[in-house]
Design a protein around this ligand. Structure first.
Ligand SMILES: Cc1cc2nc3c(=O)[nH]c(=O)nc-3n(C[C@H](O)[C@H](O)[C@H](O)COP(=O)(O)OP(=O)(O)OC[C@H]3O[C@@H](n4cnc5c(N)ncnc54)[C@H](O)[C@@H]3O)c2cc1C
Length: 395
């Protein structure tokens, strides 16, 4: 197993780090003013990123990306993840990144022209509508939203929520039941739904820990009322929804984990800076207190171990495919999410009242990244699958 990267990639990572430090971290105070305020500032940064040749590290070269292998890409996510606006500015933000991957693999030439091309250029945004308030998202075979074939169209009815980034998006990919009688994992399909057509109700941007958010920084509740889309908006074949969802989630979980490790790295740096600069008693600094030293040491070991596990999952996926990497991917999902919570919590605690303010990104991560243990499969579901695989390997 070899996680070394070429000199070329090291240069790339250093250039990306410089851009994050010099151009993006100084913009962070603007985040609290809302998406519509910060969006034009981020667009200008995106143009700079494109000129530097750092745009869309997650996309293949044939659609304007950098086409990096998974380990190099993971390391890029770690650098971009150090600021809450990093992934967006580099064109590698969820949920667009996952949507681009599946449009690239399963989209027809017409779908790619209409949706993938402008998405890859950063001209539009998209969202992904699978989870429903009335059914358990941890088991999407229970989905109830439906699309019924009517002549040359699909007619969609249903209720979704936590459709992240719906506000201002050009289209969604909706996961809906198309065949009630099919086998459990073949009942659902993915359909591309433009968001400027009749029948789409934006119920609300859901308030998350006191903030409803707006634009890209929001999660919507939506309803489909007899929404009619052309039959050719089906992504892949009818009944392939779960198959496509699996393709979307494999690399996506590695991207999330490396982004979280970027957050951990920045939180640890903030903790250390605060500890070195804060005098607490008799001329002693926070950094001289053993409890704080324990936190720093625990953070360092946990981040390092999680990083090795995540790179191993990426390496396994790169060399042996996603099926071979599925236990590793399940493990990193809950392991890294847990470490993220602990590292951010320790850094916030070490900042005292300052930690609770929006003068550092810690409070933003503390509230927004709590969800990391829930989205893309709650911890408990991944643990159940990993345990089954471990038990199965012994049987
Ligand atoms: C910030 C955020 C963004 C999101 N973005 C999107 C998006 O863009 N598009 C989208 O479609 N969805 C999105 N989601 C939804 C997310 O994927 C679901 O919340 C997730 O799949 C869990 O589904 P649920 O909320 O219905 O919880 P449920 O399925 O009701 O589960 C509730 C809890 O029960 C426990 N549990 C569930 N199953 C088991 C089990 N087998 N064993 C033990 N315990 C179990 C877990 O603790 C779980 O957290 C987002 C969620 C959040 C919080």
């Amino acid at each position: 197993m070899d996680f070394s990267v070429s000199e070329q990639t090291q240069t790339l990572l250093a250039r990306t780090q410089r851009f994050v430090d010099e151009e993006l971290i100084p913009l962070e105070p603007e985040i609290q003013k809302g998406w519509w305020h910060i969006e034009p500032l981020l667009q200008a940064k995106r143009e700079q990123v494109k000129k530097l040749g750092l745009w869309a590290p997650n996309l293949p070269q044939d659609i304007g990306g950098m086409g990096l292998p998974l380990i190099d890409l993971g390391l890029m996510f770690e650098v971009m993840g150090q600021t809450p606006i990093g992934n967006y500015v580099f064109g590698a933000q969820a949920p667009d990144a996952g949507n681009m991957e599946i449009l690239h693999e399963f989209g027809s030439p017409e779908q790619q022209d209409s949706w993938l091309k402008p998405l890859a250029e950063g001209a539009i945004r998209s969202c992904f509508a699978m989870t429903e308030p009335q059914t358990a998202g941890s088991n999407p075979t229970l989905l109830t939203s439906r699309a019924v074939r009517d002549g040359d169209s699909w007619v969609i009815n249903g209720h979704k929520w936590f459709t992240s980034c719906f506000d201002g998006a050009a289209f969604t990919i909706a996961m809906v039941v198309t065949d009630d009688d099919a086998e459990r994992h073949q009942r659902a399909s993915m359909i591309i739904v433009p968001l400027d057509i009749p029948g789409i109700e934006h119920v609300r941007n859901i308030s998350i820990m006191g903030h409803a958010g707006e634009g890209y920084f929001s999660h919507a509740e939506i309803k489909f009322h007899d929404v009619r889309v052309p039959a050719e908006n089906m992504l892949g074949e009818p009944g392939q929804g779960f198959l496509i969802a699996q393709k979307r989630l494999g690399p996506g979980r590695i991207h999330h984990c490396m982004r979280w490790l970027g957050i951990c790295k920045r939180a640890q740096k903030l903790l250390c800076q605060q500890a070195l600069g804060r005098e607490v008693r008799n001329g002693e600094r926070l950094a001289d207190q053993q409890t704080i030293q324990n936190w720093i040491a625990e953070n360092a070991a946990e981040i390092e171990a999680a990083r090795c596990m995540t790179l191993k999952a990426a390496w396994t996926g790169d060399h042996y495919g996603w099926k071979a990497a599925r236990t590793e991917i399940g493990m990193i999902k809950y392991h890294c999410a847990g470490i993220l919570q602990r590292v951010v919590d320790r850094a916030l605690q070490a900042h005292g009242s300052l930690g609770m303010t929006d003068d550092t990104p810690l409070a933003h991560w503390y509230s927004h990244e709590r969800a990391s243990r829930i989205y893309d499969g709650p911890d408990e579901v991944h643990k159940q699958k990993v345990a089954q695989q471990v038990l199965g390997s012994l049987a």
